[in-house]
Design a protein around this ligand. Structure first.
Ligand SMILES: Cc1cc2nc3c(=O)[nH]c(=O)nc-3n(C[C@H](O)[C@H](O)[C@H](O)COP(=O)(O)OP(=O)(O)OC[C@H]3O[C@@H](n4cnc5c(N)ncnc54)[C@H](O)[C@@H]3O)c2cc1C
Length: 439
């Protein structure tokens, strides 16, 4: 039987898959060619991948705190041109709650922690500064071997024990010594001794880090996905259809519904899943990640007002980050996302028990007060969420992606590339890919 054939079959209708479909059409138009035939195959009921929004009882929540930091104005403009709803640009107000240490309780400072240690109590500030000064003398020595040793070598023990180590251990849910030095790439706010000292000056610009201001659509992150679907011809996206196997020799994918022939395949599913679908031998053990359990919680009354999100390092609290939607899109009821890092694989989390624990910890942190009632809730487990970038995973991902490319298969996106990135990176990567592969 003749199979349906497409120039491009795209696996996954997240930001990467959908943006590739748009860029490929634009690239063909730029070259004066007819648009390529494209089918985007998505196993879920709706497009968006991790960039999805749920609305409940008047609350608008994303799958996890999704805020947008565009470094390329033209990419943001390209998306906005396809949107009808309003987008807010907000100056970030983020805080860090440190882990208690012997003799000193948890305290709250502005984010990034590294340039706000002067907001700690005096003993804490002196300890951090002294250790940072000591560390700065060794900064030019041989490169550290792991993420944890990078933290200790660059910042010293006092900053590590108050925030950098316990926070990242909660987030990644793994031994930080197994992670690559550059596990967080540009998302890690580095600061030298000079920068810490400069932050002490009264005129210092405290806005720092990769997300000093951010934009957020009033309708939630899914508005960006809607923009990416808008210009695609009808039936470009096939929902509730899962890719099960990829035959590299025949260039045929088997889905839960049919077989499809492709000229080239663009896949945004997690790289190890693509490799399994192809049957190519690979180092499966190289690919580990955390899972993130997100609780979205709606309350009947307003809570803290002057903050968008808080990083919580105290190991006694179950969550690593709490964000306030109602302070981003102003509202008079507290609307939270709460993120918990879980180790890979393992057991299904007991969501009921964890939700009770979250509520108790929110009360202990003074975020929920007695007069507030929980009126709506939602949860989702994101797996994989933060990939564990190790030297082994970096090498294996590069090798496997190059091998796949040799077969006309392009593994892209946050999980197809097995990387730490944001949606803007997904848009840029797929634009560059379209320029390369559309003829
Ligand atoms: C906790 C967290 C917070 C984040 N916060 C931000 C933020 O604030 N700002 C930001 O810019 N980015 C953020 N990101 C990153 C952002 O979510 C990703 O960069 C982006 O959503 C990745 O899109 P993608 O299309 O590459 O992958 P995905 O969204 O994972 O899309 C892959 C798609 O493939 C589908 N699929 C999988 N397997 C199959 C199959 N076999 N057959 C068919 N379909 C399949 C999936 O259902 C999914 O729809 C965050 C990520 C996490 C985990």
């Amino acid at each position: 039987m003749e199979l349906e054939a497409f120039d491009f079959v795209v696996v996954g209708a997240g930001v990467s898959g959908l943006s590739f479909a748009n860029w490929a059409r634009e690239e063909a138009a730029r070259r004066g060619r007819a648009p390529p035939s494209i089918l985007v195959v998505e196993r879920e009921r709706e497009p968006g991948g991790y960039c999805r929004t749920v609305k409940r009882h008047g609350f608008t929540w994303d799958f996890a705190g999704h805020f947008f930091h565009f470094r390329h104005a033209e990419v943001e403009a390209w998306l906005r041109a396809r949107m009808s709803g309003a987008v807010r640009t907000v100056e970030r107000v983020a805080r860090v709650r440190t882990a208690p240490t012997t003799g000193s309780p948890s305290s709250e400072v502005d984010y990034p922690f590294q340039t706000h240690i002067h907001q700690l109590d005096q003993a804490g500030f002196i300890a951090c500064l002294a250790d940072l000064h000591q560390a700065s003398k060794h900064v030019d020595e041989a490169a550290p071997a792991s993420f944890k040793s990078m933290l200790l070598r660059r910042f010293g023990a006092a900053m590590c024990e108050r925030f950098l180590v316990p926070y990242n251990e909660k987030l990644y849910a793994c031994d930080l010594d197994t992670l690559d030095v550059d596990a967080m790439g540009r998302f890690f706010p580095h600061a030298s001794l000079d920068e810490v000292l400069a932050a002490l000056r009264p005129e210092a610009d405290v806005r720092a880090g990769y997300n000093a201001s951010f934009s957020y659509p009033e309708g939630g992150a899914a508005e960006y996905v809607r923009a990416l679907v808008r210009d695609l011809p009808e039936r470009t996206v096939a929902l509730e259809e899962e890719v099960l196997a990829i035959d590299l020799a025949e260039r045929v994918v088997t889905t839960s519904q049919r077989k499809l022939r492709y000229g080239q395949l663009v896949t945004s599913v997690p790289l190890p899943a693509t490799l399994r679908a192809t049957g190519l031998p690979h180092d499966e053990g190289a690919f580990t990640s955390n899972r993130v359990l997100v609780f979205n919680l709606g309350f009947d009354k307003k809570g803290p007002r002057d903050v968008h999100w808080v990083y919580v390092a105290d190991p006694a609290r179950v969550f690593y980050r709490v964000g306030f939607y109602d302070n981003i899109i102003p509202a008079n009821r507290m609307s939270l996302y709460v993120e918990i890092g879980l180790p890979p694989g393992g057991e299904r989390p007991d969501v009921g028990v964890l939700q009770q624990r979250v509520l108790a910890d929110l009360a202990a942190e003074g975020i929920v007060h007695q007069g507030q009632k929980l009126v709506a809730h939602h949860h989702v487990v994101m797996s994989p969420a933060y990939v564990h970038l190790t030297q082994r995973s970096i090498a294996e991902a590069a090798r496997a992606r190059a091998e796949l490319e040799g077969h006309g298969v392009f593994s892209v996106g946050r999980y197809g590339g097995w990387s730490y990135c944001a949606i803007e990176d997904n848009l840029l990567e797929t634009r560059a890919l379209a320029a390369r592969v559309v003829r």
